[in-house]
Design a protein around this ligand. Structure first.
Ligand code: PAF
Length: 284
């Protein structure tokens, strides 16, 4: 059976209230649609944890820069509805922008410091847009548990911090990255890749695996791992490296020694498509 799609905040609130009245717990998966198996695994994780699962499908304009892909971001609501339903969702919230941002909003949520590296500098305003919409969605859905993908490591870390700092009563769970058979991290943006770009894309994960292998072989110097990672990525035909960083996995600040949990995180353009990926390395 297909999970119903609702478009208004009032409908979500009524459905969630009814579910709670019936003794259900509420799980939530926020998405921008164009769903793939990675999203399906988030919905399955939510369905395994909570008895009423809400998925939001909203391409949030405030997290896109003026030169980014907001206009061309794929909108595939019918397919999204089937995928969510098969994975165990009970309700899909797909509001128009006018429902989420009815008039000129002047309130935004900003998490400092955790946006100092990675996508923070290269996508100014991105995390402010993400945090603002995620908090709005949390206030609409009022979930017990919300599920995010580890592919967007910085996003998940920032959302967790926001929840902690603002005492939002939701548990944030970070679920493992889902990959294609050849290692490419699943992403809604993979569908932009030309056949040639798709063929080279798995080299991004291979470079991350090589970084991890260096650390497992005893390399302790973060800068050496970072520069080897950068070199491997720049050697990918047609690739333009936006960043390749090795950071403390928790603070997202630069580190010298890999004596704690660290994240190797990259953003790489293949043609005009920007792909991100990461692996955890280091101790802890
Ligand atoms: O990861 C995403 O798809 C988006 O950033 C999110 C969390 C749905 C907020 O728009």
């Amino acid at each position: 059976m297909l999970a119903p799609v609702v478009t208004t905040i009032a409908e979500v609130r009524a459905a969630v209230a009814a579910a709670r009245e019936a003794g259900k717990t509420v799980g939530f998966v926020p998405t921008m649609g164009a769903l793939h198996s990675g999203h399906a695994s988030l919905v399955r994780a939510a369905a395994a944890t909570s008895t009423f699962v809400v998925v939001s499908v909203f391409v949030n304009p405030t997290q896109f820069g003026p030169k980014e892909d907001f206009a061309k971001y794929p909108r595939t609501l019918d397919a999204d509805q089937s995928l969510c339903s098969d994975a165990g969702a009970h309700l899909i919230f797909a509001p128009p922008a006018s429902e989420m941002y009815p008039e000129q909003s002047v309130t935004f949520v900003e998490v400092k410091e955790l946006d100092a590296e990675l996508d923070g500098p290269t996508r100014p305003g991105h995390f402010r847009g993400v945090c603002t919409v995620v908090l709005k969605l949390f206030n609409i859905v009022l979930p017990d548990v919300a599920h995010f993908g580890a592919k967007d490591w910085q996003q998940a870390r920032i959302v967790r911090q926001m929840v902690r700092d603002l005492n939002v009563p939701v548990e944030v769970r970070v679920e493992p990255t889902v990959r294609e058979a050849d290692g490419l991290a699943m992403s809604s943006r993979n569908r932009y890749l030309s056949p040639a770009e798709r063929a080279t894309a798995p080299a991004i994960y291979k470079a991350l695996q090589a970084a991890k292998a260096r650390v497992l072989a005893g390399e302790i110097d973060a800068a050496r791992v970072e520069s080897a990672l950068y070199a491997e990525l720049t050697a990918i035909p047609g690739a333009r490296v936006d960043y390749a960083r090795v950071l403390d996995a928790n603070t997202l600040q630069p580190i010298q020694r890999l004596d704690r949990s660290a994240v190797a995180a990259v953003a790489v353009f293949l043609g005009t498509t920007r792909l991100i990926d990461n692996v955890l390395i280091g101790e802890g």
